[in-house]
Design a protein around this ligand. Structure first.
Ligand SMILES: [Zn+2]
Ligand SMILES: [Zn+2]
Length: 309
């Protein structure tokens, strides 16, 4: 994946800058963007794709050794965000971090890495840091939840997070065995426990929701699932939606993202979500695959086209 990704990302920046600002919709729509060439280049890519929000990694998602961010890079990110009216900036935590780990060594590594994630997010002026609640293999689910809550508290101890409205967002999981956060109740419980420790809310991924077994596809199912979300996490506590179609069937627990409108979810549920008055405060970010050059543009355009004028 990285090869095509990097190529696509470099190709976008090789093109001449657009002469007029890209057309936007009434909703904030963006995509997970490559940081090839430096994290600050992600803002330029997002703008050229016609986004007014985006997500990125602030370090390699599969390596413990963190990127060293310079002050110049952080200042450039803030300048581009301002110039292009990009908000919110969302950072996705590295996949290696597991704050519910049953292994002491892994848990300590995860706590240190998560603290560095928070520090980089603040340095870049990000508003949200998305975190997978982790895997509790070797523990009971309850022990896993408690461990995750303690680890997040320890990782953010003595950091000033209240400034600039920064929040950690717990993302719902696809339902793989031992993963925390596969149900809305689990996400809600973690958010509730952490509330006294740090500013926290949730990120809901449409693919994870669908493969975890919730119905967002039929109109009645969508209504039911939204009410369920309201009664557990609370829709106002969901500032970010990850908009991904799914390759696998509902309730399959298989986390395979698909292009918008080309998977087992289809276009209509995204149209409902993007025009739902109850999500008007939220931003929508695709984490769709790149199979062909231009796929990022195609998926951003697909989401934007669904927003009623
Ligand atoms: Zn995620
Ligand atoms: Zn996601």
């Amino acid at each position: 994946m990285p090869t095509k990704w990097e190529k696509e990302a470099k190709d976008i920046l090789k093109q001449p800058a657009p002469s007029s600002p890209p057309k936007l919709t009434s909703r904030r729509i963006g995509i997970h963007t490559s940081t090839a060439g430096g994290p600050e280049t992600a803002a330029e890519r997002a703008y050229r794709l016609g986004c007014n929000t985006f997500q990125m990694f602030s370090s390699s998602p599969r390596m413990w050794k963190p990127y060293q961010l310079s002050e110049i890079q952080c200042a450039e990110m803030k300048r581009l965000k301002e110039t292009y009216g990009i908000s919110p900036l969302v950072i996705h935590t590295s996949y290696l971090v597991n704050v519910a780990s049953s292994t002491t060594e892994f848990l300590h590594k995860s706590i240190a890495a998560f603290r560095a994630e928070v520090e980089r997010a603040l340095a870049l002026g990000a508003q949200y840091l998305v975190l997978h609640a982790g895997s509790y293999r070797g523990l009971s689910r309850q022990e896993g939840l408690e461990r995750a809550a303690h680890a997040i508290a320890e990782a953010t101890d003595r950091l000033d997070l209240a400034a600039c409205g920064f929040k950690v967002l717990i993302e719902n999981a696809a339902g793989a065995e031992y993963s925390l956060g596969s149900s809305f109740e689990q996400v809600a419980e973690l958010v509730e426990r952490l509330r006294s420790v740090l500013p926290v809310a949730a990120c809901i991924d449409t693919c994870h929701t669908h493969v975890a077994g919730y119905d967002i596809v039929s109109p009645e199912g969508y209504e039911h699932t939204m009410k369920y979300l309201e009664n557990t996490i609370g829709l106002k506590n969901i500032p970010i939606w990850h908009c991904n179609d799914a390759k696998a069937a509902r309730a399959s627990k298989l986390d395979r993202h698909q292009h918008i409108g080309e998977g087992t979810i289809g276009l209509e549920p995204f149209r409902r979500l993007l025009n739902d008055i109850r999500t008007s405060h939220a931003a929508f970010i695709a984490e769709t695959p790149i199979d062909e050059p231009g796929d990022d543009q195609k998926n951003v355009n697909a989401l934007k086209a669904l927003v009623a004028p």
